[in-house]
Design a protein around this ligand. Structure first.
Ligand code: PMP
Length: 429
């Protein structure tokens, strides 16, 4: 595959921007410059076409540049945009839809990114409980801010230890975020006991997709619900990835466990910048959008017509078309197809996933937490992905990253991918 134009443009990009990219971990080899996207496909500057499974880390549940969403955004922008005062008919319609579908969402507020949403949910939890500490799980990602940017993709010797994800973080923030092991209720219970009446909230990705697809064991999410109730702490489900992608009501609907607060983003607007924090009315009314509320919630671009119209359109398509049926069926086709290839080639690997999300861990058992993933063959994982990119199937060339299927992917895309996977595996073993 020729990458001459990408190489040239990358050299130019690094002149103007540190590393040439505008968010961390985008600077990966091969340094491709993308110029076009459509449905299930993305194209680089040299005209190479890729079936896209990166999905910009998950938003494109319908597919790139999806006509039905774009048209609604353009239509909205022909008459409206943003006012900075009052509200809009689009904001009301959008909020109505979300509260209708998401079990925990009695009320909702819009912001522009998942990081903002988790920041707001944590601040609200602290105000509600009058406590400071936060429980998060090793490997989970909840955004870039100081409350949560620790113990994400920790090195093996730093698992569960004090592992800030960035220089420049506040010590107080790092030290008030306690790290537990996913799927280990005893660990969470012990952490509550050690920090009696100090824990404001648990924040959790109901499926930690930031480390691929580690599924919650039966009873784990319910156990977190019960521990929060017992200790008067707030349960926050960070559904920035799982929300809308696994069900219009989020994974909380699938699991039958209702958190106090939910954060959402990504798939809700099919790639347009949009995020939300939602929850119990009694809690949400503490935000100072409500007269008398004492928890600051603000943002110049909150509720912009781009995000609200895109969300309404995306949700409407999910309500009226068999989006989840399609992406779940293709997810199963992919996982079953890969398992069958592994069996035929005698490869011991674990194909993980839920619905439209999947990954292959190069280890021979189902991981229950981040520590288990240290058994994954990282070198193999990345080489496998790079070789698929060379063949025109884009997956993030990084360890323990997940893949996403959209409504625009077809059975043919999946079958072509399976053929390429088989070819690559034959080369690698
Ligand atoms: N929470 C989760 C679960 C995420 O995966 C992400 C982003 N990958 C965030 C929060 C942060 O969202 P954003 O990048 O939009 O700030």
């Amino acid at each position: 595959m020729l990458n001459t134009k990408s190489k040239e443009l990358y050299e130019e990009a690094i002149k103007y921007t540190p590393g040439g990219v505008h968010t961390s971990i985008r600077n990966v080899d091969p340094h491709l410059i993308f110029t076009k996207s459509e449905g299930a496909y993305i194209y680089d500057a040299d005209g190479n076409k890729y079936v896209d499974y990166q999905s910009a880390f998950g938003p494109y549940i319908l597919g790139h540049n999806y006509k039905g969403v774009n048209e609604r955004v353009i239509e909205a922008l022909s008459t409206t945009d943003l006012y900075g005062v009052g509200t809009t008919d689009l904001e009301i319609e959008c909020a109505n839809k979300i509260t209708k579908h998401v079990p925990s969402a009695e009320q909702v507020l819009f912001c522009n990114s998942g990081s903002e949403a988790t920041y707001h949910a944590i601040r609200l939890s602290r105000a509600i409980t009058n406590r400071t500490k936060l429980i998060k799980f090793q490997g989970c990602y909840h955004g870039w801010h100081d409350y949560v940017a620790r113990n994400m993709l920790s090195a093996p010797d730093m698992i569960g230890k004090r592992d800030p994800g960035s220089a420049g973080m506040m010590d107080e923030a790092i030290d008030n975020t306690l790290i537990c092991t996913f799927n280990d209720l005893d660990d969470v219970a012990a952490t509550f006991h050690k920090n009696k009446n100090e824990v404001a909230a648990i924040i959790v990705e109901p499926i930690p997709h930031n480390i691929g697809c580690v599924m919650p064991e039966e009873g784990f999410l319910q156990g977190l619900r019960e521990l929060c109730d017992e200790h008067n702490a707030v349960l926050i489900f960070d559904e920035v990835i799982t929300g809308f992608r696994h069900d219009l009501g989020g994974f909380q609907k699938v699991a039958g466990v209702t958190p106090d607060l939910t954060t959402m983003g990504k798939a809700m607007a099919n790639g347009y910048p949009m995020a939300a924090v939602a929850g119990k009315k009694e809690y949400m009314e503490r935000y100072n959008t409500n007269p008398g509320g004492d928890v600051w919630f603000a943002g110049t671009y909150n509720g912009h017509a781009v995000g609200t119209s895109a969300t309404i359109a995306t949700m409407e398509i999910m309500e009226t078309e068999p989006v989840h049926k399609h992406i779940f069926e293709l997810g199963d086709r992919m996982r079953n197809g890969i398992r069958e290839i592994h069996e035929r080639l005698g490869i011991k690997a674990y194909v993980a996933g839920f619905g439209s999300v999947w990954t292959t861990y190069f280890m021979d058992f189902e991981p229950k937490n981040y520590t288990d993933l240290m058994k994954n063959d990282a070198e193999m994982y990345v080489s496998y992905r790079k070789k698929l990119i060379e063949r025109g199937f884009f997956k993030m060339p990084m360890n323990i990253k997940r893949n996403h299927i959209s409504y625009s992917h077809t059975k043919e895309d999946i079958d072509n991918t399976l053929q390429a996977i088989e070819d690559v595996l034959k080369e690698l073993i």
